[in-house]
Design a protein around this ligand. Structure first.
Ligand code: HEM
Length: 225
């Protein structure tokens, strides 16, 4: 007698399960809330630290806070750029749902970084700020990066996608690439001796940008299969 074998099930990998899970609105909402808290905490922590223990941030708390917020802005920018390669590599389209939040938090951290510089470092003395912009290349490049990211933040809503049309919107949002390059150069120029950290960021950024090349994208997808 012929034994009828059960129909073989297609293997259901972890990434496929993740992709399915990210189609559930409830789970996405919970994950977004967790991401929100995780992104917010490094922005709230330095001033809270200063408030609870004024000596905790060392001799120059203003510099400490400006740097902490600058670091967080750059890290979030790179995380935002990681979403697309990760989506291609894992085949989890749902990851895109978190990209906008990461990008907006990067911009929020950047606003705090710039505000802290204007207030704590330059006490809103506009002549000094203007002189800095003209004479210190790392400030000039940082400001150009800030303006590019401002354009992205202002056009990030769904309404703006509809208003501008997909093609123009995509072109505007490609400004994240020069903005991230300027941010790394800004850090590099600021550092006087040990360039280890900016070099590390530069390597990460290089890989994230290379992952977008038409020659590399198919390779990422192939690794998935
Ligand atoms: C894309 C935009 C920017 C990013 C991602 C960024 C990020 C950073 C990073 C990572 C640092 C070094 C932090 C550390 O030493 O650990 C830094 C330093 C600094 N940034 Fe920015 N920045 C940006 C734009 C700006 C702008 C527009 C300004 C001012 C107008 C500015 C002012 C400063 C200052 C003054 C420091 C040095 C802090 C100090 O040593 O006292 N940055 N930034």
């Amino acid at each position: 007698m012929d034994a009828v074998s059960p129909p073989s099930k297609a293997p259901f990998s972890l990434t496929q399960r993740l992709d399915e899970a990210l189609k559930q609105p409830k789970l996405v909402r919970v994950l977004k809330l967790m991401l929100f808290v995780a992104c917010l905490w490094p922005m709230v922590e330095p001033p809270l630290h200063l408030y609870l223990d004024p000596l905790a941030l060392g001799a120059n708390p203003a510099e400490h806070i400006i740097r902490d917020w600058g670091d967080w802005a750059l890290q979030l920018l790179l995380l935002t750029l990681l979403v697309t390669p990760l989506r291609l590599w894992l085949g989890v389209g749902g990851l895109l749902r978190f990209r906008r939040m990461l990008g907006l938090f990067a911009f929020a951290a950047l606003c705090l970084h710039v505000l802290a510089y204007l207030g704590f470092d330059r006490f809103f003395i506009w002549d000094e700020i203007w002189a800095d912009l003209l004479k210190r290349p790392f400030i000039t490049l940082g400001m150009i990066g800030f303006v590019l990211l401002l354009a992205l933040a202002l056009t990030s809503s769904r309404a703006m996608v509809l208003r501008l049309g997909g093609a123009l919107w995509t072109r505007i949002h490609k400004l994240i690439y020069p903005a991230a390059i300027l941010a790394v150069i800004h850090y590099w120029l600021m550092v006087k001796r040990d360039v280890t950290e900016p070099l590390l960021y530069a390597c990460l950024l290089f890989m994230l940008l290379a992952a977008r090349l038409p020659q590399v994208r198919p390779w990422l997808k192939k690794r998935r299969s």
